[in-house]
Design a protein around this ligand. Structure first.
Ligand code: FES
Ligand code: FE2
Length: 370
């Protein structure tokens, strides 16, 4: 892409247009947590895309997600506990003891007397589709809580690693809207400034890059390439190394590295909680036994990296309080433009009840210095 037109675009106006509502995509899967963070018998509250969700795991090990608001008086059900009702696990509200199944249906109202004309099973809370795959819990957030759509597709799978769970995992809270977090995630130009590290690179090593991009399902990818020569860490992986980086809406970045016959996948997820509250997580999966063994040694580097991103976003938020007009420039910010056009198309396609038509162009070479 060499065009010189459209050098600026307003990220804030795009965000504002979407912010008629909250600017969060619906009818889509969000990464919630890793399954190992949810022990059998646990009930946890999460706010996902502005919705209160109870994520629980029965003592038998089945994970589920239901709306975390008791329909009686609004107490979060996650403040309750598991009790069995007719040999089935139910969540008991701490206020008046109403019990809800893992499907969200009310199974018992203790205050009802024998023969009273009220059918508890007509009361329910939204049940959110949940998948536990590769050790990760994904929750489908519908746009209409009364008539939740069934997911038309499954959550993303990390390539090449089979059913292995993540070996290492890290998360941070960002004080910004998810759009700003995503833009930061797919922004190639901040690396030399934000991630100045002895083990990575700095601005003195900036080089011109030209990368080829193509659309993929619900996103785009930077076509497989040999990592830039100035990324020292890749040399540690040895052999014939190839990297493919993809970004999928609502906010999942997958860095798939193949080294010989082995795979290393870095998954970064950005999950909106509230208007200025976003969780960013990073997980590594690998089939390489040596890397698996050494993985904990990389955790401090990973923490350092992610913290650098979190710190700059939190500093940025100081400026964003004044609601400035922002820019997306060619060609370093073209991925950011694609993000906003994919979001807009996702919403249009849901409203029109049709398939998502990926607006990312067939083949694009983007150039920038970083
Ligand atoms: S508020 Fe939950 S049972 Fe009354
Ligand atoms: Fe970064």
């Amino acid at each position: 892409m060499t065009g010189t037109t459209d050098h600026t675009a307003s990220a804030s106006s795009a965000a504002r247009a979407a912010a008629e509502s909250d600017g969060f995509l619906k009818d889509i899967w969000y990464f919630a947590m890793h399954g190992r963070e949810l022990k059998p018998g646990a009930l946890q509250h999460r706010t996902l895309a502005g919705q209160p969700v109870l994520i629980g795991r029965t003592k038998a090990g089945k994970a589920f997600a239901i709306r975390d608001i008791c329909p009686h008086r609004g107490v979060p059900l996650s403040a309750g506990r598991f009790v069995d009702t007719d040999n089935q696990p139910t969540v008991q509200c701490p206020y008046h003891g109403w019990r809800f199944g893992t499907d969200g249906v009310c199974k018992h109202i203790p205050s009802l007397y024998e023969g009273q004309d009220m059918d508890a099973s007509r009361i329910s809370v939204t049940s959110y589709p949940l998948r536990e795959q590769q050790g990760a819990l994904w929750v489908f957030v519908p746009s209409d809580l009364r008539r939740p759509a069934e997911p038309a597709e499954e959550p993303p799978l990390m390539p090449g690693v089979g059913d292995r769970p993540a070996r290492i995992y890290q998360k941070f809270q960002l004080n910004c809207h998810v759009d700003n977090a995503v833009i930061g995630l797919i922004d190639p130009a901040h690396g030399p400034f934000v991630h100045k590290n002895w083990f990575w690179r700095d601005e003195t090593g900036m080089k011109e890059k030209a990368k080829e991009f193509a659309p993929v399902k619900n996103g785009f990818c930077m076509v497989a390439h040999k990592p830039s020569a100035n990324s020292k860490i890749y040399t540690l992986l040895g052999g014939d190394v190839k990297t493919e980086i993809s970004f999928l809406i609502p906010g999942v970045r997958i860095e798939h590295i193949t080294a010989g016959k082995h795979h290393l996948v870095g998954m970064t997820t950005v999950t909106p909680e509230g208007p200025e509250k976003t969780e960013i997580t990073q997980s590594f999966f690998t089939t390489n036994p040596v890397l698996n063994l050494l993985a904990p040694l990389f955790k401090p580097f990973m923490y350092h990296f992610l913290k650098q991103d979190a710190d700059i976003v939190n500093i940025m938020q100081e400026g964003l309080k004044f609601d400035p007009r922002l820019m997306l420039i060619n060609e370093a910010d073209v991925q950011g433009k694609w993000y906003f056009s994919m979001k807009a198309e996702w919403e249009r396609s849901r409203a029109e009840g049709r398939d998502f038509r990926n607006p990312v162009p067939e083949k694009t070479v983007l150039r920038w210095r970083s």
